[in-house]
Design a protein around this ligand. Structure first.
Ligand code: ITT
Length: 202
């Protein structure tokens, strides 16, 4: 069996969110990375720092799978709400949802917001946990637009875009601006350099 070359690089993306998985897939394909997706729920600690949450989750996932593993923690940080929902985005989406955020933003003129992403990767060969971050600035829309993507995509307008929400963009279009794509490219650049490294990248 070959111990070097592109076929060696393998890791597991752990997420319960298939929207995220698709966005990662499209980016990692460009780099020829080898990975699979596991829908495994991981323990999520409470912290104001996405990087800390991702770090704990990746170690938990590694203890379960015992393979090189990657997780991502992301959130929507709304300026006028002091950064809320931020690290609580998943919970807030499941509870008050898009409607709830728009309600909180009623009459608010400062609609600036950021999506942030923190990717954590762990393998015993590359200790300690590696973290890669990405962000995108934009605005909270006045009303939801578009049915693509997931989560808060229908109410986020990236500043570098053409006025459409992420919910109105295909995966590739969203990947041109998104927090996740930026973190994913940083991770992909780093892990690509490990090509040819011996086990566990077999
Ligand atoms: P995993 O933890 O299993 O990966 P999750 O959906 O719970 O999946 P997070 O804990 O990172 O992911 O929660 C992030 C939440 O923030 C997510 O559920 C969305 O509501 C929102 N979010 C994050 N990135 C987003 C994006 O690109 N577009 C829309 N909403 C996003």
């Amino acid at each position: 069996m070959s111990r070097s070359g592109e076929g060696d690089l393998r890791f597991v993306i752990v997420t319960t969110n298939m929207g995220k998985a698709e966005e990662f897939q499209k980016i990692f394909e460009r780099y020829g990375l080898k990975f699979r997706v596991e829908q495994l729920a991981t323990i999520e600690i409470q912290s104001m720092d996405l990087r800390e949450i991702a770090k704990h989750r990746v170690l938990h996932a590694y203890n379960v799978l015992r393979e090189p593993v990657m997780v991502e923690d992301a959130g929507l940080f709304v300026e006028a709400l002091g950064g809320f929902p931020g690290p609580f985005s998943s919970y807030v989406f499941r509870t008050i949802g898009i409607k709830g955020i728009l309600k909180l933003m009623e009459g608010v003129r400062d609609r600036r917001a950021q999506f942030r992403s923190a990717i954590a990767f762990y393998s015993p060969l590359t200790e300690p946990v590696k973290i890669f971050t990405g962000e995108v600035s934009g605005w909270v829309a006045e009303e939801p637009r578009g049915t693509k993507g997931f989560g808060f995509d229908p109410i986020f307008i990236p500043a570098e875009g053409d006025g459409r929400t992420f919910g109105e963009m295909d995966v590739e279009e969203k990947n041109a601006f998104s927090h996740r794509a930026r973190a994913a490219m940083r991770f992909a650049e780093w892990i690509s350099k490990l090509r040819g490294v011996a086990p566990p990248y077999r």
